[in-house]
Design a protein around this ligand. Sequence first.
Ligand code: 13P
Ligand code: SF4
Length: 395
Amino acid sequence: MNAPALGPSTSTDTSPFAAAFSSATIAVDYEQPEADSPGAAGVCSTRHAWARVPVEPSQTERAALKDQIRHLLKEKNAVMVSHYYVHPDLQDLAEETGGLVSDSLEMARFGRDHAAQTLVVSGVKFMGETSKILSPHKTVLMPDLDATCSLDLGCPVGAFSAFCDAHPDRTVVVYANTSAAVKARADWLVTSSCALDIVRALKESGQKILWAPDRHLGGYIQRETGADMVFWNGACIVHDEFKAFELASLKKEHPRAKVLVHPESPADVVALADAVGSTSAILAAARSMDATEFIVATDNGMLHKLRTLNPGKTFYEAPTAGNSATCKSCAHCPWMAMNGLADVARVLETGANAIHVDPALIPRARQPIDRMLAFTAARKAGQPVAGLVPQIGAA
Ligand code: 13P
Ligand code: SF4
């Protein structure tokens, strides 16, 4: 899988969507180091990630591992928090044992508010780090600490800080899929479930925005809100692969199907959507929309929950460029796929794979997360949010 172009957005994109905001983009390139290059020690490339995806356990092994995990969760006062893209076993077991399967916003909130002193976060590293920042006194374990995200990899704090320094008049809004150090440079954190609301509120209070790292989500937010934004040029290697032409063809084959799209997808794919939103929003749309067929443009780990909760409905995967031996383009995140039952049991048993965030970073990294959680809580309670959007300017 090719690494996407990364760094502050260039104006090389000639799509009509890019043209709409190209005047606000900055022509600076940042090259993500290849995982095998000398400067990239410790980076788990997609190739390495696929090689480390756990072998499927047999039915007997699976049952034994689940029993062991149920027992260990009680013994260690621990709770499982899983993302919708991880293996169905990790989703089902989380729910069955009083934990949570959800989108990244709810994962953060649940981990903060739950009484358990140990959180087992199945997902990718930024999710574990966010939990640790919100609950530094808790132990946060992850099945595989090398499970990362192309958006996080593509936004190194040094280059990102320079980008922020070049725009001191802008409020810095970063997506959750970033490192603790990048969060510590931000004014606001957002996830795809609250980004529209938060940017709209910032725009209404007259603020100009520096957005990082996902260029597709940023572009979507800009088109929806009309906010003045400059963009970092990162992308999700999974959603970036959805293809509009092929999606339109699939729609012709299934004319009654509604199209559900995660906004990390390219603009021409988003333009074909009947509903656009976070993983939780996609789930809610499938449940509430008056249709029995859906085409889904997000990681196919999502299909498990969609199918379980909607037994009478049919879900088709949106088309990507196609599969190959290493899954170049198969709508599944290789880093999410690294999470498995055996590692959950192992880390619970041994305490291995505890997330560590530099304590010096935590108070500053927590500020944008707390702001997001306060904003979303107020919205949910129907309270006014204007007072929660201070004129911060750049950090
Ligand atoms: P959600 O916040 O929608 O769960 O998305 C997280 C993610 O990594 C999507 O690729
Ligand atoms: Fe990152 Fe994309 Fe994987 Fe989500 S699906 S964790 S955005 S690489």
